[in-house]
Write a protein that binds this ligand. Structure first.
Ligand code: FMN
Length: 199
């Protein structure tokens, strides 16, 4: 009888998944079309299986949908207006109010600091979780991207997302059904980023 190894996956499919994953921006979504929350939960379940040193599981997500997107739009635009100073741009302010409404969901990405491992390792673990989320989004035929724009690095934003001063807001994951796919991706040859040591 043939042995079935549960750890073997369809590598042809997987290679395609990694290489076809593309950032898909809100202007490319079917405006406001809702992804079922059960699917979003599955995407986040996959994110939750990221590697994590000492099992600190530092990723935190705040999921905005429906009226929640309006709440987020209002919060980020008014905080931007309050804190931008001389850098304030009316166009950016208006985009912060309107872009969330093009999405199905927006997910604030937080890093909850445990203190048990160096901070960079908790940021790295969250980045792994985001990549799990991103690849899952791709596998479901959905569009998304990770943004570190807006109020990501404004300290006053943290508490709105349930984060303490020692935690970090690492950006936002935008989600929607794809109307206009992204163009093919571009990368330099991997060979130029590898040093092999064999003997
Ligand atoms: C940590 C991180 C932050 C990013 N922030 C932004 C951003 O603020 N705005 C943006 O347009 N793209 C942002 N991106 C997406 C990159 O522009 C995108 O990954 C890159 O153009 C490569 O395209 P691809 O994701 O389709 O391969 C971010 C990506 C990462 C990993």
């Amino acid at each position: 009888m043939e042995m079935i190894n549960e750890n073997v996956f369809d590598t042809v499919q997987l290679n395609l998944l990694f290489q076809k994953r593309r950032s898909v921006f809100p202007e490319q979504y079917v405006a406001g079309k809702k992804i079922p929350d059960e699917i979003v939960m599955q995407l986040l379940e996959n994110a939750n299986w990221a590697p994590t040193h000492k099992l600190t599981e530092p990723w935190r997500f705040v999921v905005f949908s429906g009226e929640g997107l309006k709440k987020l739009a209002g919060f980020q635009s008014s905080l931007y207006k309050k804190t931008a100073g001389e850098k304030f741009k009316q166009g950016k302010y208006e985009k912060m109010q309107t872009t969330p409404l093009l999405c199905s969901h927006m997910i604030a990405i937080g890093m909850k600091r445990s203190g048990s491992v160096p901070e960079i390792e908790e940021v790295e673990a969250v980045a792994c979780a985001v990549e799990n989320l991103f690849l899952s989004v791709t596998a479901y035929g959905l569009g998304g991207y990770w943004s570190t724009g807006g109020v990501t690095y404004v300290d006053e934003a943290k508490s709105f997302f349930g984060l303490n001063p020692e935690d970090k807001l690492l950006g936002f994951f935008y989600l929607g059904y794809i109307q206009t796919p992204s163009v093919q991706g571009k990368r330099g040859a991997v060979g130029e980023k590898i040093i092999w040591v064999k003997d």
